[in-house]
Design a protein around this ligand. Structure first.
Ligand code: FAD
Ligand code: SF4
Length: 570
């Protein structure tokens, strides 16, 4: 791979660039790729350490017994990570990819689980890779329901950009022709296993194809791409992939940007402010705090992309141009910081499948099945707005089914070498409505390790989500029973905002500067050379996983920015 300049090696010895990108996660990686490929000299600023592709995936090929605690968590880890410990992310295997809770505190007015990855690659290293397009229904939703503000774009505006990003990111999936979940430019799907196929056939028949179990669409390659191998079916993705077989900044967008020779990457660079010239009504650059030396440097550029992740980009805006707007850059609408959303989940059902005891499957497929949304669509009408999709899988239980048992003897051990029962289950991911009351603000009373004020998060689910959750749970159980599953059970494991790790909103796009922070091209209304393309721009949440949409929005905004630069409009 061609090497890019790190800041210290940058031959220009300059603090001036064509473009600055803040954050090197899923959105920032795409911004860097698109802008460098269109000819711009780009400075990519990342608050965390560098993580080099392959070399720094230190646990990628370890077996469970090679970890001191078999990959689990310890009391010391729980003390060091009071937020991360609240859910599955805290474990010994990829702890080095998670931001320190102690160094990076925040204030919870109400419980909000904020799971962050502060390093080159951001959370592209640990994400679940489920990748679904949003549809016309999603972009029309606010207008149709008369809530929040209308999206300033429609599916047709984004479709060419989904087409643009999918082949490079490498999304595998099946073509289904569903209007609520548009098909894309996919690699062949990772197929359903025979248990899932059985239930998929029954479900489709029961509902005349209107409800479907389809293979999870996932950013894991089933065909190799340049510099990346096809997936080896190890299901070890969140350790970093030595084959480059899942999409991450490291495997996909960073090498492409580096190849142009126009990228400078600076890790340990905490951007603390966007510098704004009130006379020219333009941003001039950014202020950077070196996370190691504590020194401050200013960098200038003609265009700035904020891709620091949903809440962090809004934190930056709130700290910028406060001499003009006390609430920060983009706050003139009164909407900056508001309308925080997530996907609510941890609710679903499961059961057993009978009659397939002679059937098995190969490999450890790093995805499962998906049931696209069917609620409040095509004539269905519920007491709540919007809908949900299910993510699940079927499989045969392994030896670990005996761990909780007190079994002894040879016969018992022999029985564990045989595959166990077939089980099937699915968890729903539901849309959370935009709500002005769900907000973030700066907490000037609390500081992080670098003395910077932290975020105060005040967010809760509402009646719409509570009512939807009942349906999310009972409907899965109902479908499983109708499809012949036995011993069907339901669960609602309680959800707090943030747990979905799909935080969205707080700097929404819109049609009117009086009610939104960004315009239809992700430009801050009040500073046309500042673009915000991560999840903060979302005007509603849909129920599909959001990161594919951030990629498409980022590529679209980068294309627009370069055209505007060339026309000398920004
Ligand atoms: C376990 C897990 C599973 C997930 N599963 C899925 C899934 O299946 N599908 C899906 O669509 N999404 C999934 N997500 C969510 C997905 O990871 C995020 O939506 C996505 O990473 C957001 O991209 P981003 O670029 O906005 O932010 P990030 O990827 O978080 O990157 C932001 C970067 O900005 C840097 N940064 C922050 N502040 C500053 C600053 N002030 N200065 C400089 N740099 C800064 C950070 O260090 C970080 O590297 C999952 C996330 C996790 C953790
Ligand atoms: S399952 Fe596939 S994509 Fe995931 S780490 Fe293994 S080889 Fe890489």
């Amino acid at each position: 791979m061609r090497k890019f300049a790190t800041a210290s090696e940058d031959t220009m010895q300059d603090t001036s660039y064509d473009a600055i990108v803040v954050g090197s996660g899923i959105s920032g990686g795409w911004a860097a790729k698109e802008l460098t490929e269109k000819g711009l000299r780009v400075l990519l600023l990342e608050r965390g350490r560098n993580v080099e592709h392959i070399k720094d995936y230190v646990n990628a090929t370890k077996a469970p017994w090679q970890y001191p605690h078999r990959g689990g968590r310890t009391r010391a880890m729980e003390e060091a990570y009071p937020v991360l410990k609240r859910d599955y992310p805290l474990n010994e295997k990829n702890l080095e990819f998670w931001a320190s809770d102690k160094d990076n505190p925040y204030t919870e007015v109400k419980r909000f689980d904020w799971f962050r990855g502060y390093q080159v690659g951001g959370r592209s290293l640990m994400w679940g890779r489920q990748s679904y397009r949003w549809s016309e229904f999603d972009f029309e939703a606010n207008a149709r329901d008369g809530i929040a503000t209308d999206w300033p774009i429609r599916y047709a505006d984004l479709a060419p950009w989904y087409d643009h990003i999918e082949p490079h990111a490498g999304i595998s999936g099946s073509l289904e022709g569903l209007p609520q979940l548009p098909d894309g430019k996919f690699q062949p799907a990772m197929p359903l296993n025979c248990g899932e196929e059985l239930v998929a056939g029954r479900l489709s028949k029961l509902y005349d194809g209107r409800r479907r179990i389809i293979p999870g669409r996932v950013a894991n390659l089933t065909r190799e791409l340049t510099g990346r191998s096809a997936c080896q079916y190890r299901d070890a993705c969140w350790l970093g992939c030595p084959y480059g077989a899942y999409f991450s900044t490291q495997s996909s967008t960073l090498p492409a940007a580096a190849k142009t020779g126009r990228l400078t990457l600076k890790p340990f660079a905490i951007v603390t402010e966007v510098l704004y010239d009130r006379d020219r009504k333009r941003a001039t650059g950014v202020r950077v705090l070196d996370a190691v030396s504590d020194q401050t440097t200013d960098h200038s550029a003609r265009v700035i992309f904020l891709c620091a992740s949903t809440l962090n980009s809004t934190w930056l805006l709130m700290r910028s141009a406060t001499d003009v707007w006390p609430g920060g850059l983009g706050s003139s609408s009164g909407e900056l910081g508001h309308n925080l959303m997530d996907h609510h989940f941890r609710v679903g059902a499961g059961g057993k499948l009978e009659g397939m005891e002679d059937r098995y499957y190969n490999g450890r497929r790093p995805t499962g099945f998906y049931i696209p949304r069917y609620r409040n669509l095509f004539g269905d009408k519920r007491a709540y707005l919007r809908g949900f999709g299910y993510q699940g899988s079927a499989g045969r239980q392994g030896w670990s089914r005996a761990v909780a048992e007190l079994g002894v003897g040879a016969a018992f051990k022999d029985s564990l070498s045989q595959p166990g029962d077939w089980s099937i289950g699915a968890t729903a991911f539901g849309e959370m409505l935009p709500n002005h009351a769900n907000r973030i603000s700066l907490d000037e009373t609390k500081r992080d390790k670098w003395g910077l004020p932290v975020l105060k998060i005040d967010c809760a689910t509402g009646e719409n989500e509570r009512s939807m959750r009942k349906d999310m749970m009972t409907d899965m159980a109902d479908m499983l029973e109708q499809c012949g599953a036995k011993g069907v059970y339901t669960y609602d494991n309680e959800y707090f905002p943030g747990m979905g790790i799909h935080e969205m909103g707080t700097a929404r796009m819109g049609r009117d500067p009086k009610t939104s922070v960004l315009n239809a091209h992700n430009q801050v209304w009040d500073a046309p050379n500042v673009f915000v393309t991560d999840g903060s721009c979302m005007a509603s949440a849909a129920c599909q996983n959001p990161s594919l949409t951030y990629m498409a929005l980022t590529a679209r905004a980068a294309d627009f920015a370069v055209r505007e630069l060339n026309r000398r409009n920004i």
